[in-house]
Each structure stands twice: as structure tokens, then as C-alpha cells.
Design a protein around this ligand. Structure first.
Ligand SMILES: [Mn+2]
Length: 350
């Protein structure tokens, strides 16, 4: 297992030096943040990112994410050119020995929350999703101030996109995903890159947009679209967790044993309704994810991929990118690696 930490490049308020000081962290999860979506990621820029990370004594282990252009998800006529650009970015990654690529296929919105600073009783704050709050938002009327993503589009651009997706239901989105995978996975395989699709977060439709990577049935369908170890899953416990019907540990054992989990995001959430939840501390006792069983499953399948602690709360008055402060994610690393060592040694001594 490679313990990693997400770093948002030179603009991240958390320097690589601090990350290097978190025990057991050896890998960085990062991306190029200044390449327009749909363009090829230039080899030189990737090389520079890798060089900066290596100069700090760390390794660029995972790219998260190369965004998939909306025209690919919509199946528009220009998708072939965009997919070819995507393939070239994968080749560039592979040529530098960067082996894992996380991406997602969520229309318009990436992860979505209704509150970026919900306060816990101890004064820490976390990311929260409340379905009732989300329902109140009319994207075509309201100002675009929902946390997390709102500034990505102008109101006009968003309207055009929402209209375009009226023609794309779940089946059409699956077909467009299949079209994409059949072209990129062979290139990933040749390039020595393992792709891991990130589940939809939250794992259900929002704003009437199609969302398809939401449960075990979806993962079963997904992995068989292209039978390749490069066609994998970024198994995110915090994204699947709000779906109370999903047996996460069973899925980790199943897809992990098939070699289809190159990368995992580990965090805990607390469900507060059928379609509502908030994020919590990593340890099992604070949420609905049994982190002990999750880690045990990874050890028992011989997991050699990358782990990152995913989001953390904001604690100790830290200011920064919601979900991506230093302190609570570092505590998460210590908890997860402690569990790992404890379970691993116990199993070895049996
Ligand atoms: Mn995640």
C-alpha cells in the first residue's frame, strides 16, 4: 500500500515540506490545474510537477483528475478529437512512470455539498449534504452560490449545459461512457496506466441530471465494459457510504481481488437521512463506515495500490480549502496507518 496525500500544486497553502513530515506518506496525488478542459496535458508541465514533488522527497503517484470534457459525456460529434487528446495525456503520464489516473463521469457537477462548514459540537467544521436544502435550489433561477462548484460556469453556460443533458438519460450516459472507455483503456494499458473511475458523490441523481456510478450493480456493469486491469475503480468509501444499501467491504473484497482497485479514498461519513449525510472524523466510531473492516479487507486481498485520507474536517482554527486542510487529513493518515499496522501484524501472528 502507498499512503498518499492530495496536493493542489504551488497554489496549495500546504507546502510539500509539511506533507513530507506526515509519517508514512510517500506519494502525492496532484494534477495540472491550468490546462483548459479538453486540451492535451503537456509533457513538459507534467515533468515539472513531477520534478517539484521529487525535490521534496515525495513521489507523484496519482493524477487526480484529468477532467473528462462535457462533450464526451454528452456524446457530441467533436468527442473523437477530445478523446484523442485525453489519450495523449495518458501517454504523457505513462511515459513519466505515473501509474494511476483517477477520473469521474459525473455530468456538470463534481462532488456536491450544501454546506462547506457545518459545525460539530467540538467546534470543528465539515462538509455536509442535505437533500432538503438541495431541493430548494433552482439552478435556472437562483444565484450560483452553492458551495464547491458554483464559480465554474456562468449562468448562461450552465443553462446551455442543463438543456443539453435533457437529451441524455442514464442509458445514454452509459453508452457515452462505454464509447470513451473502449478508446482510452487500450491506450492506458499500453502506457502502463491504471485508470480508476471515482463514484458519483453523492451517489444519486442531483438536479435531475443522470448519474450512473452509484452502487454495486453499476460497478459490475462498469468493469465488464472493458476487461482490463487498466479499467478500474477509485474506491471512495465516503462517496459510496451515503448509499446505505451498499456493502462497501464486500465490494472492496470483490473488485480488489480482481485487481480492479488501483486507488482508494478513505473517509467516514454519518448518514442523517435517506439522502443526507455529513463528513466526520476518520475513525469507525464517528460514522457509518466500518474503517476496521475496510482496512482488514484491503490487507487480506493484498492491496498494493494507493490510499489517500480524502477529506478532513477543519480543526484547530485552520483556514483553507474546505475538506483539504492539513491537520485532520494528517490525523486521518495516522489513524489509517495505525489500523493497518495493527491488523497486519495481528493477521501475521495468527
Ligand atoms: Mn473521493
Amino acid at each position: 500500500m502507498i499512503m498518499t496525500f492530495r496536493w493542489y500544486g504551488v497554489d496549495d497553502p500546504i507546502p510539500l515540506k509539511y506533507i513530507r513530515q506526515i509519517p508514512r506518506v510517500s506519494g502525492i496525488v496532484s494534477a495540472l490545474y491550468d490546462v483548459p478542459i479538453g486540451d492535451v496535458w503537456p509533457l513538459e508541465k507534467l515533468k515539472l510537477l513531477q520534478k517539484n514533488i521529487e525535490a521534496a522527497g515525495l513521489k507523484l503517484s496519482v493524477i487526480e483528475s484529468i477532467p473528462v470534457h462535457e462533450d464526451i459525456k454528452l456524446g457530441r460529434s467533436n468527442r473523437d478529437e477530445l478523446i484523442e487528446n485525453y489519450c495523449q495525456s495518458i501517454r504523457n503520464m505513462g511515459s513519466l512512470g505515473i501509474e494511476i489516473l483517477c477520473y469521474n463521469f459525473m455530468p456538470v457537477f463534481d462532488w456536491t455539498r450544501t454546506d462547506l462548514a457545518m459545525e460539530h459540537s467540538d467546534g470543528s467544521t465539515c462538509l455536509c449534504y442535505n437533500q432538503e436544502e438541495l431541493k430548494k435550489i433552482d439552478l435556472r433561477k437562483d444565484s450560483l452560490e452553492l458551495p464547491g462548484w458554483a464559480t465554474n460556469y456562468t449562468k448562461k453556460e450552465l443553462e446551455v449545459l442543463l438543456d443539453a443533458y435533457l437529451e441524455v438519460d442514464d442509458d445514454a450516459l452509459w453508452a457515452n461512457l462505454e464509447y470513451f472507455l473502449k478508446r482510452v483503456i487500450p491506450v492506458a494499458e499500453e502506457s502502463g496506466v491504471k485508470m480508476g473511475i471515482h463514484p458519483d458523490d453523492p451517489p444519486w441523481s442531483i438536479f435531475n441530471l443522470p448519474r450512473i456510478i452509484t452502487d454495486e450493480a453499476a460497478l459490475d456493469r462498469f468493469i465488464h465494459i472493458v476487461e482490463s486491469s487498466s479499467n478500474g475503480i477509485t474506491f471512495c468509501t465516503g462517496s459510496f457510504g451515503p448509499n446505505s444499501k451498499m456493502d462497501l467491504v464486500k465490494c472492496i473484497r470483490k473488485y480488489g481481488a480482481m485487481g480492479r482497485i488501483p486507488f482508494t479514498h478513505l473517509r467516514n461519513i454519518k448518514r442523517t437521512g435517506e439522502y443526507s449525510f455529513h463528513e466526520v472524523e476518520h475513525p469507525t466510531e464517528f460514522g457509518d463506515i466500518n474503517m476496521y473492516e475496510v482496512i482488514k479487507a484491503y490487507i487480506e486481498i493484498g492491496f498494493t495500490g494507493a490510499i489517500r485520507p480524502d477529506h478532513g474536517r477543519m480543526i484547530w482554527d485552520e483556514k483553507g480549502r474546505p475538506g483539504y486542510g492539513l491537520y485532520d487529513r494528517a490525523l486521518g493518515v495516522m489513524y489509517l496507518t495505525g489500523l493497518w499496522e495493527g491488523i497486519q501484524k495481528t493477521l501475521q501472528n495468527k
